[in-house]
Structures are given as C-alpha cells and as structure tokens.
Design a protein around this ligand. Sequence first.
Ligand code: NAD
Length: 387
Amino acid sequence: VKIAVPKEAASGETRVAMVPKVADKLTKLGVELRVQKGAGDGSRIPDDAYGENTKIAGRAADIYGADVVLAVNSPSPTNLAKMKKGSVLLSFVQAHQNADAVEAMCKAGVTCFAMELVPRITRAQSMDALSSQASAAGYKAALMAASNLERFLPMLTTAAGTIRPAKVLVIGAGVAGLQAIATAKRLGAKVEAYDVRTDTKEQVESLGAEFLVAEGVKAEAEGGYARELTDDEKAKQQEMLTKHVGQADAVITTAAVPGRPAPKIISKAMVDGMKAGSVLVDLGAAGGGNCELTKPGETVKHGSVTILGPTNMAGELAEHASEMYAQNLFNFLSLILIEEDDEGEDDTSKGPKPRKLAINWDDEVLAKSVLTHDGEIVNEAAREALK
Ligand code: NAD
C-alpha cells in the first residue's frame, strides 16, 4: 500500500499528519510511505528526520496519486482531483464549512474518513483526534491567558507582601476545558468552571476547581455532547455568569455544539463588566466565537480587556499536536490495513508482510466516520448541511 502525506496548504497551519516516530512504525508494516518536501517544517521536522525508509516527494502528483492520503486539513479541490478513484483520505474536513472540498472528493470517488466524525466510543479513543488536539488547545489556552496577564497566577507570600491568586473562569468543560482547568490549577490560579452538561461537575471538582451551576439549565445531548440552549436557558446562564465573569482575571471559553456555530455566551455588556487588565481567551473562535466581541484569528482590545480569538490553537503546540495526531491516524489505519494473504506461509524472516486496504463496513468506527464514498456524501448530517 502506498501512503502519502502532503504539506499542509492552509495558511497558518503548522501541524503535519506524520512524524518520524510514526513513519517508522508504518514503514515497518511494509507500507510505502511518501512525505511531501517541507511538510514537517512547521513542526520542526526536517525532511531527513523521516528516515531512509520514507521517500520525500516534491511534486503534488506523487503525493495525491497514493492509495491513502493522510492530512490535517482537507486538501484543496485541485489536489483532491488528483486522487485516484477508490483511494482513501484521512483528514479533518468540517464538511459544513467545506462544501467545495466535499464535492471534489465525491467527484474523484475518494473514500474520505473525516477525523471529526470518529465516534467517541471506548474502542476508538486511541483514534480520537478531536480529543488529542483539544487537549493541546486547552493547555495552551491557559498558558496564553497567563502570559497575557500582567499578574501572577499563584498566590505568593514574599518579603514584598502577599499576592492573591488570580481567578480563572473556564466556560465549557469538555476535553479542552478540562485541560485548561488542570493547567491553570497547576499554575496556582483559583479556578471556577461552568458547563451546560451538569455531569461534568464531578470532573471539574476532581481537578480542584469549583463548579458553577445555572439553575434550570441542563443541556446534555446524545453522545456526551451539549445541545443548543433555549432563549430562556440562555438568559438564566447569562445572569449567573455575569457576576463570575466580572470577578475573573482570565476567562477561557471552549463551548461548542457539534455542527453548529459556537454558542454566544459572553455579551459585550459582560466584557464591559470585566476587571481592568483582564484577559479572555476564546477557543470558540474557529466556530465564530463564544464572545460577541471576538474577532476570529485576531487579538483585540476592548477598553483594557484583551480578547484573543485563536482559530488553530493546537497548531501553537505543533510538535506535540502533530505527534498525537499522527499516532491517532496510525491507530485508525490499523482498522483498514490488513495483512495480505501469504498463502499459508508463516516465515516472518522475510520482513513485514505487505498490507492491503480492506474496509469492513460492519465496523462501527469506519461506518460512523466515513464522509464520502463511491461518489456520494454518506454522512447524513453532512448531506443535510450541504443541501
Ligand atoms: P465540544 O468541543 O463539543 O464542546 C466543549 C464543551 O462545551 C462541552 O463540554 C459542552 O457541553 C460545552 N458547551 C456547549 N454549549 C455550552 C454553553 N452554552 N455553555 C457552556 N458550555 C457549553 O466537546 P468535547 O470536548 O469534544 O467533548 C464532548 C463530550 O465527549 C464530553 O462529554 C467528553 O467527555 C466526551 N468524550 C468522550 C470520549 C470517549 O468516550 N471516547 C472521548 C472524548 C470526549
């Protein structure tokens, strides 16, 4: 099987879908691996670090002609058109924001498994790239909050007096939020957290943070995700949060509802009520922002409050984010790369047995994460969104 990894084209993308450690494991399986020249640059991986078993290819055609393409973001329609009918693409796609690419995948007859569709079931945890990238983002969000504050996070008792610990409020206690809480706690802040899924209370408290409750708001939905709130619930949530936002030195928001724009939680009036010099890090920025004043991809000042709207926070931690992502893909590949039948021969001294691509559609992980196959959009939610 030929597997190839392009250089990511999206501006500001620092991650890469393959790292040397994982390349080594793949080539040991007998896979013919190609990485596009310069693909690892943003993650500080020079071409020669991939080792002698990985070929470095210059031309896009040498990459997109492979049996399997591994990418962080969906390739452009032009490059997708170079893919072979029946070949496989593993990548984040976010179909509802990426209609042209999805159309190009269908046209080319590519079987695309979208990493954001991998089900959140125990067996698929090692393939869960949403989680690995959200962990990186949550960690970095807490560091960004800290470094943009002109204050200490921990309590300090010094000869020059006692400094009170900073207050950090984390809104949305999913994977990213929990990592932000843990990181802010390690830095010594006093942390409060809120989520519409009240089940997260226990997880928040186990990290040593205080869980905030908005009476009458409980919005668990299928698969452990949240649902959108009603207007009445939104009002209750705002009322409760306004006071805590006003007391925080840093607010980190991570709220998301799958397939929907980021819920707007922090209004302009709430920012007006924030302490002078405080910081808001909005991880919802890629989905439009959890704060009314967020400008995706920018840092803005509202009075003396700094509002950061990073759209690729995991990319700020490119080395480890790439490493975790590549490992997620390797684990996913193990579902579709099957040893070729060697006609009863069990002599392993000849090295790895070649692998072939085989997709078992009865496998829940494959059936749920496939986006396009055989010229069609097979994921129902994506088909609806792109109608
Ligand atoms: P996400 O990125 O979709 O959302 C982040 C958080 O925002 C969620 O906790 C959500 O409840 C919260 N949120 C949504 N609207 C909100 C609002 N208006 N106000 C406040 N908070 C709001 O979520 P995620 O991090 O991808 O995790 C979703 C769930 O999946 C979690 O329960 C997580 O534990 C679970 N999960 C399970 C597995 C597994 O079992 N393999 C793996 C990863 C995650």
